[in-house]
Ligand binder design. Structure first.
Ligand code: PLP
Length: 394
């Protein structure tokens, strides 16, 4: 029998996905201005970015980036451990560690790489990695890369997590959870998980990609909001590409953790360091996110306005207190149609469909930002009302 062709199989899988109306499409954005994007000659009011604090276009970030680029150029030139670790990286790591109340922090080029690197550095083949079923894909991939025994528990079910940990008490164990769930917007039961990990002698890792800048004192995130510290959550990861409006990620924790990751996290070691100018912009973003609490207050007011309005309209809100306010429509095709209908009204809210979310749980992932104004939220609510989502299918 001749060897089957790999690319042919991929083409068949792609065609199958298209047939099921589940294919993903890339959209090119020409320009961004506040909450608006221009795409394909149209100006759209976006409710789908992760720029929750409205910092991505802040002139002070842009100035910091330009100044550092003038001084250090564009690329870092190398991996951190060769000669790519610039003063800007070091200063950003210090600023992040201080904000997180951790001894040290370590930069990664993306959140995806941070999670792969950390889990692969911590866990060895066959060791236990317990995860919430709704964790971000890169946490799950990290466990697979490590060759760990991945045990998933139903969303936010601490008793089930306990059973998974108790399935083998003789081996090393890591329990990893999103702090704020990326497709649902709810917050993990962090205090209960920390108590469980302490009891079971497991290490707790929190991915706070969507909590950083939004929750807790000074926006220090979901872990701070839960009153937990480095002892309770020894591995804290978060990204710079969401509320901080930049790109990249970091892990914060003890000196021993960061020293170990520097030696063993392959996605830290074998890759080019992020551009130093980006680190400079991110450090500016850290300072603004900490001090400009009006951004969090404005965001909270917009979230309340949206939830109040959506409740009045009978829309299928999810129990989320954060900037992620999905409308759970269920059917993938109807969700896509709702997204398209919004777009004809000048609004961009993308349909999130399986396999990104479980079967039957397609949703409009609406996100709010301090870059929005009340009139924008009202415009969204009016458009949603016209779709009659609360009462009948689109
Ligand atoms: C919870 C969570 N973790 C990690 C990531 C990956 O971060 P990055 O985009 O920096 O790769 C994302 C999304 O992008 C996310 O939502």
């Amino acid at each position: 029998m001749p060897r089957p062709d790999l690319l042919e199989r991929l083409a068949v899988q792609t065609a199958e996905r298209a047939q099921a109306q589940l294919q993903r499409r890339v959209r090119t954005i020409d320009t961004s201005q506040g909450p608006y994007v221009e795409s394909g000659g149209r100006r759209l009011l976006a409710f789908c970015t992760n720029d929750y604090l409205g910092l991505a276009q802040d002139p002070r970030l842009i100035a910091a980036l330009k100044k550092a680029a003038d001084e250090s150029g564009v690329g870092s030139g190398s991996a951190h451990l060769i000669c790519g670790h610039h003063r800007e990286h070091a200063m950003l790591e210090e600023a992040l560690a201080e904000w997180m109340g951790r001894e040290r922090a370590l930069l990664f080029s993306t959140g995806y790489m941070a999670n792969l690197g950390v889990i692969q550095a911590l866990l060895q083949r066959g060791e236990l990695c317990v995860q919430d079923k709704l964790n971000h894909a890169c946490l799950l991939d990290g466990a697979q890369l490590a060759g760990a025994a991945l045990k998933r528990y139903p969303h936010a079910d601490v008793d089930a997590a306990a059973r998974q940990l108790q399935s083998d008490t003789s081996i090393h164990a890591l329990l990893a959870t999103d702090g704020v769930f990326s497709m649902d917007g709810d917050i993990a039961p962090l205090r209960e998980l920390a108590t469980l990990c302490a009891r079971e002698n497991a290490s707790l890792m929190v991915d706070d990609a969507h909590g950083l800048g939004i929750l807790g004192r000074d926006g220090a995130g979901s872990v701070t909001q839960a009153g937990l510290d480095q002892h309770d959550v020894p591995v804290l990861m978060a990204t710079l590409g969401k509320a901080l409006g930049c790109s990249g990620a970091f892990v914060a924790g003890s000196t021993a953790l960061i020293d170990g990751l520097t030696q063993f996290a392959r996605t830290y070691i074998y890759t080019t360091a992020m551009p130093p100018a980006l680190a400079a912009a991110a450090r500016c973003a850290v300072s603004l996110a900490r001090t400009e609490s009006w951004r969090r207050e404005k965001l909270a007011a917009l979230i309340k306005r949206f939830r109040d309005g959506a409740t009045q309209l009978g829309l299928p809100l999810m129990p989320s207190p954060t900037a992620i306010q999905p409308l759970l429509l269920g059917d993938a095709r109807q969700t896509l149609e709702a997204s398209r209908a919004l777009e004809t009204q000048g609004l961009l809210a993308v349909a999130i469909r399986p396999p990104t979310v479980p079967q039957g749980q397609a949703r409009l992932r609406i996100t709010l930002s301090a870059a929005h104004e009340e009139v924008h939220v009202d415009q969204l609510l009016e458009a949603l009302a016209s779709l009659h989502l609360g009462t009948a299918p689109v």
